[in-house]
Design a protein around this ligand. Structure first.
Ligand code: NAP
Length: 256
């Protein structure tokens, strides 16, 4: 269980992008590990409702929170709704993220870049800022944990596919290290996971539905990972079992 001064109540985690893939798995497994869950989504209401139902089936309270993480007003309103609906926040998982169809750098437009950085980077900063105001002892909070979702693309570079996406994840790595250092003395741990190729709907959204299956034979373990395998690492980083871990970026990539 995570650190919580809210001793009698279950601790509360907000998972962004919880209507599918790694976020939905994190929400469900978090409930099984004792958390109540804010289930953020942008457009997939049915997916978010299914994730919330899975949280309840696992014994947790779930609150659906529609918001575009790239929009500061929507993010602020989402955290206010979470305060009212679930009580005090204990942790944040910055998971919401997008890719764009494969392109080389000379084909990438400013519009595409803006959209990717807005969701993947600005969205993570905006949500973290709201969480810091609630959790950091520097702001009178109880402490807590943030886990950001990076990607092995941050270190591989995404050549011929999505160097722009890889660069957003490089930014997430820097953000994780910097925010962890800012908050280490204030009871707020900040870490990241760096997934490899994981079987989720994101590949289809990026125009390559068979990407994980196609790449599997060339991956070190000869298979893609599952959303649950990433979620387990996220939950460990959120938990008190990782109480002396901050500023860490944990690869969950099957050796990739
Ligand atoms: P996914 O299945 O496509 O799910 C993405 C989630 O993000 C959805 O719930 C989506 O919600 C949400 N989202 C997208 N834009 C949003 C926005 N502006 N505001 C709020 N929510 C938004 O993707 P996934 O594979 O689980 O990816 C989750 C994270 O893991 C991402 O950060 C991704 O970059 C990272 N990752 C994935 C892989 C992989 O191979 N799958 C590898 C490395 C890293 P709606 O559909 O409701 O809009």
């Amino acid at each position: 269980m995570p650190t919580s001064e809210n001793a009698a109540a279950r601790p509360v985690v907000l998972v962004t992008g919880a209507s599918a893939g790694i976020g939905a798995a994190t929400a469900r497994l978090a409930a099984g590990a004792g958390w109540d869950v804010g289930v953020n989504y942008r457009s997939d209401r049915a997916g978010a409702e299914a994730a919330a139902e899975a949280v309840r089936a696992a014994g947790g309270r779930a609150l659906l929170l529609q918001a575009d993480v790239a929009d500061p007003a929507q993010v602020a309103a989402m955290f206010d709704r979470l305060d009212e609906g679930l009580g005090r926040l204990d942790a944040l998982v910055n998971n919401a993220g997008i890719v764009a169809p494969a392109a080389r750098v000379e084909q990438i437009t400013a519009e595409r870049l803006s959209q990717l950085f807005a969701v993947n980077v600005t969205g993570s900063f905006l949500c973290a800022a709201q969480a810091v105001r609630r959790l950091s002892r520097a702001h009178g909070g109880p402490g807590g944990a943030i886990v950001n979702v990076s990607s092995v693309a941050a270190v591989l570079g995404g050549a011929n596919q999505y160097v722009d996406y890889a660069a957003t994840k490089g930014a997430i790595d820097s953000f994780t290290i910097g925010l962890a250092a800012e908050q280490a003395a204030h009871g707020l741990r900040v870490n990241a996971v760096r997934p490899g190729v994981i079987e989720t709907p994101i590949h289809a959204k990026g125009g390559a539905p068979d990407r994980a299956a196609r790449m599997a034979p060339d991956l070190p373990m000869r298979r893609a990972g599952t959303a649950d395998e990433v979620a387990e690492a996220i939950l460990w980083l959120l938990s008190d079992k990782a109480s002396y871990v901050t500023g860490e970026i944990l690869k969950v990539s099957g050796g990739r």
